[in-house]
Design a protein around this ligand. Structure first.
Ligand code: PMP
Length: 443
């Protein structure tokens, strides 16, 4: 099929319900770049939504998957254990954010693993309710649709969802940011105090005796790339401990080096009872998992867990290679250096008289960085001359200049999630494309 007709064929025959940034057709990927079927080379600052953390088709990961595919593809977990899974556990155990997290189970997608974490929490505590954060994204399966609070379109028309889900605010106050306060400095003096709200929720809506777990992305992903202030997660941990509630961290997007630590919870030294992993775990091979303390994990009834493709052998082999590459290539060191490079560019855009008026907030950790523009969403607080939808306009300009980026669900934010292996030169190119895009939109 000719490249010119291929995109039209896809538009016609792929379900319309799949939201898509573009009708570009990817043909191949290598490192920080993807190539389209028309030979266009794009700098990929989406990494497939934070999945190909080690770059597209990392040679070592590819070789490991290729070797495994000729050895054992499918070692069904309800029939037997398989070598790659055991080797993967051996590799993952030392990098867990807490040594108590020692018992694993694997699935294919992030949403399946989130559901498994909720199932475990319900069975282990014999309680029903789960508290999630405003703006959270946990997936789109029937179970996770009710846990996802980042965009109404993900659930609209599909209700009713799983009962027993309550929503508490995540600490980011757009109003305070506009008023000049740094929303990462603390929540105590903010007009929205999420710890206070969580305590009220446990008094007014869901008694601790009915609440199985609080489920949180340590850095809010799709819902805005929001880094919580330093006291937030420790305070949530304390509330959970005092009320016999389990704390689940969804590290699907934040895990495997994305925020500059192996897992984001390490930034605050807060231990989850259950941690959910996916995306970067296998650099694009479908693999996800949960980890918990053995005593907790084994509260599930024997035989209650499983899935045909869970913890696929090829995906596990890729996961082992990823863990090796993380160490061998000193990936976390690269994240720190490239993060600084990107933050410097964003700060320069804010300081510039040409573009500064467009920019409201810069936030993020490692290579999970959001650039928020002023938006008419909060009309009373925004200068009148700010055009609507700045983030989407900047995103479109970046794409015109061959760079892929994503936006977040609200807060008029463009998000940057390049491969963690992005080179200094590639980051420089990305920063130049972005600077030009913001300048063009500001004009
Ligand atoms: N949790 C988080 C934090 C995510 O970012 C995502 C995917 N963007 C998911 C869960 C769902 O993962 P999947 O799409 O693999 O089901």
């Amino acid at each position: 099929m000719a490249a010119s007709t291929r995109a039209a064929f896809g538009v016609k025959h792929i379900a319309k319900g799949i939201g898509r940034l573009s009708n570009i057709v990817f043909q191949k990927g290598q490192g920080s770049f993807v190539w389209t079927d028309e030979g266009r080379k794009l700098l990929d600052f989406t990494a497939g939504i934070g999945v190909v953390n080690l770059g597209h088709c990392h040679p070592k990961v590819t070789a490991a998957a290729q070797a495994q595919i000729g050895t054992l593809v499918h070692g069904q977990v309800n029939i037997a254990m398989h070598e790659p899974m055991l080797n993967l556990i051996e590799r993952l155990k030392p990098v867990m954010p807490d040594p108590s997290l020692d018992t694993f189970f694997f699935w294919n997608s992030g949403a399946e693993a989130v559901e498994a974490a909720v199932k475990l929490a319900r069975m282990a505590t014999k309680k029903q309710n789960v508290v999630v954060m405003q703006g959270s994204y946990h997936g789109r399966t029937f179970g996770t649709m009710g846990l996802t609070k980042s965009k109404t379109v993900y659930g609209s028309g599909f209700a009713p969802f799983m009962p027993g889900v309550l929503t508490s605010p995540f600490p980011y106050c757009s109003q305070c940011a506009v008023a000049g306060a740094d929303p990462t400095m603390g929540f105590e003096n903010c007009c929205n105090n999420p710890i206070h709200e969580l305590k009220i929720l446990l008094k007014q809506q869901s008694a601790p005796s009915d609440t199985a777990a609080v489920l949180i992305e340590p850095v809010l992903g799709e819902g805005g790339y929001v880094v919580p202030p330093p006291g937030f997660l420790p305070a949530v941990r304390q509330i959970c401990d005092e009320n016999n509630i389990l704390l689940i961290f969804d590290e699907v997007q934040t895990g495997f080096g994305r925020t500059g630590r192996y897992f984001a919870s390490e930034h605050w030294a807060v231990r989850p009872d259950i941690m959910v992993m996916a995306k970067g775990i296998a650099n694009g091979m479908p693999l996800s998992g949960i980890v918990a303390n053995k005593e907790l994990m084994d509260k599930q009834n024997p035989g209650s867990m499983g899935g045909t493709y869970s913890g696929n052998a090829v995906a596990c082999a890729a996961g082992i290679a990823c863990a090796e590459v993380m160490q061998e290539e000193k990936v976390l060191e690269n994240v720190a250096a490239r993060s600084k490079q990107l933050f410097d560019t964003l700060n320069a855009l804010k300081a510039s008289p040409k573009t500064g008026h467009l920019i409201k907030n810069i936030r993020g950790l490692g290579l999970m960085i959001g650039l928020e523009f002023n938006s008419p969403t909060f009309p009373t607080l925004v200068p009148k001359d700010v055009p609507k939808g700045v983030a989407s306009k900047v995103q479109a300009k970046c794409l015109e200049n061959d760079m892929l980026t994503l936006t977040t669900s609200i807060y008029e934010t463009i998000r940057f999630i390049p491969p963690l292996t992005v080179s200094e030169e590639e980051m420089k190119t990305g920063c130049e494309i972005l600077t030009k895009a913001v300048e063009d939109v500001a004009r």
